[in-house]
Design a protein around this ligand. Structure first.
Ligand code: SAM
Length: 253
């Protein structure tokens, strides 16, 4: 069985149906499927939407799908690295996929960069990644990925999936995560997430150590959160600190 491109194919029909139902509780006009592989999830999705465009990097899978789905006019496959796709071209759409785990975080960034283009996203990812995406402050999974995710979306872990549901089985547990977009100003999100990534850069360091270079030591020392670590602050608290520091002037770099 090939393992290139993070290929672990779903074979549990109940899991496939549950993912498709979560992505399309009602008939959707357009679904974008990331990493269709041999089409295990493609068929259940297609039965719940009017049109499906799949994006697949592996030429063998693309050929296989083109043969399998020949004559199905509601389906098309693009042979492309999804990370090079601007998902905004598909607006409005639903996005779904059993993601290649080695690039699930970059795919999440890509999806968030297309804010406004998608109305729902449902992904099967490594369970640990799903937990980090949905984590709240106080959980050991909480970090930059949680902040990036929750600035853009409400994240809900729907159910977990054991390795036995796949062929070949991955070494880790998996989970299905539902992302429902929040309305967010793109420029604000970009600036706040730059601040958040700097805040979390050295997770064990105090905020004053991570941020002084960007806002000045004296400005940081004046903040009540200066001696806390980023992981001790909720997203709302991080946003409050960002607003206060931003009001002092632009970041130094
Ligand atoms: N959806 C199928 C299933 O559930 O059986 C396959 C899922 S498999 C975990 C991930 C799929 O993503 C593979 O088909 C792989 O070739 C594809 N893939 C990996 N990297 C990709 C990339 N950069 N762009 C598009 N597809 C990619």
């Amino acid at each position: 069985m090939p393992r290139k491109f993070g290929q672990h194919f779903l074979r549990d029909q109940a899991v496939l149906q549950r993912i498709a139902a979560a992505a399309c509780p009602e008939t959707e006009p357009l679904v974008i499927e990331i990493g269709p592989g041999r089409g295990a999830l493609t068929r259940p999705l297609l039965s719940r939407c009017e049109k499906l465009i799949a994006i697949e990097v592996d030429p063998e899978m693309v050929l296989h799908l083109e043969r399998q789905m020949a004559g199905e006019e509601r389906f098309s496959v693009r042979h492309q690295d999804v990370l090079k796709v601007d998902l905004r071209e598909f607006a409005p759409c639903v996005i779904a996929g059993n993601l290649p785990y080695y690039i699930s975080s970059p795919i999440a960034s890509l999806v968030f960069a297309a804010a406004g283009a998608w109305k729902r996203a449902v992904f099967l990812v490594q369970k640990e990644v799903a937990m980090r995406m949905a984590a709240q402050q106080g959980s050991r999974d909480y970090g930059y990925l949680s902040v990036m995710t929750q600035v853009h979306a409400t994240a809900t872990i729907l159910f977990t999936v054991p390795p036995s549901a796949f062929s070949p089985p991955p070494k880790v547990d998996s989970a299905v995560i539902l992302l429902e977009p929040k309305v967010v100003d793109a420029e604000y999100a970009r600036r706040f997430l730059q601040f958040a990534s700097r805040s979390f850069l050295h997770k064990r360091k105090m905020l004053r150590n991570n941020l002084s270079a960007f806002y000045g030591k004296a400005n940081l020392e004046a903040q009540p959160e200066a001696t806390l670590r980023a992981e001790q602050l909720s997203i709302a608290q991080l946003e409050a600190l960002f607003a206060r520091l931003s009001s002092l002037g632009p970041m130094l770099s």
